[in-house]
Design a protein around this ligand. Sequence first.
Ligand SMILES: [Zn+2]
Length: 162
Amino acid sequence: MLSATQKLLRVTERLRESILLLRATLARLWQATVKLKTIILSFDWLSGRLTNCVQSMAADRAARKRSRKILTVLTNVLPVPFPISLRWRPIEGFGESLVLVKKDGLRSAVIDLRADLSEAVAVETLCHEYAHLISTDYYGTSHDAVWGLAYSDVYKVVYGDH
Ligand SMILES: [Zn+2]
């Protein structure tokens, strides 16, 4: 027969074991929570990046579509004596334009726009570069009065009268 004290000691011992087990379980649960939190944060980060990526692709498409349309309008309303191709490049500035002369004397022009321009800046830059192509036979590539007049005409075609 166990004495009351012995019984009490045994119960106390079991209680202590249970508490240790509970503590270990809680520690594991805590570790799992921390891991889960890290996974959720990574997922949030990833979905944020993905959303940004999709949004910027849509913005790029919109900028390119609008720029192509405006170039078509400009070449009809304010024609230049050579064909123009529009390219999207990882250049440093917003845009560049260049008139090329082939061996047979035929000319063609290229307008390069920086690949990541927003729609508004792409259109504005296209206007700037198109004015250079209009005024190329007068004073070349400077931002002089002739370029200014050409820009004014381009501006009115694209943005309307102000
Ligand atoms: Zn310029």
